[in-house]
Ligand binder design. Sequence first.
Ligand code: PGA
Length: 256
Amino acid sequence: MHNPIYFFANWKMYLSHDESVALARSFAEELGELSPAKRVVLFPSALALAGVSEAVARSALQTGAQNTYWVAKGGVTGEISAEMAAGVGARYVLVGHSERRHLFKESNHEVRQKLEAALAAGLTPVLCVGDTLHEHEAGEADEVIEAQVRSALMDLVWPSDVQLIVAYEPVWAISKGPGHDEVGLYCDPKEAGQMAEKLVRMIAGLLPGNAPIILFGGSVRPHNVRAYLAEPHLAGVLVGAAATKLESWREIVNAV
Ligand code: PGA
């Protein structure tokens, strides 16, 4: 069977607990009987993870955490572990999202630790990589992405029953606000597709035998999602702002 198309909703810090659970319920009602050809995963705030997982439990929708720490349990004020996320129903976790890397100065080394801890807890990590505008303009994007991927995956024994998912999210293309007008810079789908192809090649060199699933993220909207998904090496999208509203999310998931 072909891989499904992945629609990942990163709700960031846009929604309160009650808004998250209510939106998850609406999604479950509308999109709960997905065809097996589509996989829809919601990534709510840590606060809403249990409630959202419960709200979609009887639907085809799944949930993931936005960030987890690498220690399973202990004196780590303010963090949650991958085990804790798994314990309330999460199946996935975003690792190394650009907002973590840049706002919270997460290093490639920390990303690697989080990725390993996620695997150990039985979660499917979604490794996020991306170049800044400065790196992009300086022609350093390939180099930066390669360093992020290499650090995260080199010499890792990837479990055969876990999918290897990488999201390419150019930092400059990510939108800053929940409004649909506030988009990042436009990333040409061809450019996104080329980076996806490079990622497939890089990963084949690092972890032979693993066919990665590459997602694109950065101002994906109902009007452009089809163009990204038409790229042969892109298997899905990671969506922020446009995934926080029923209407636009429905349009995105139903676009193909
Ligand atoms: P955006 O966010 O769709 O709002 O640009 C994507 C992301 O950061 O995952």
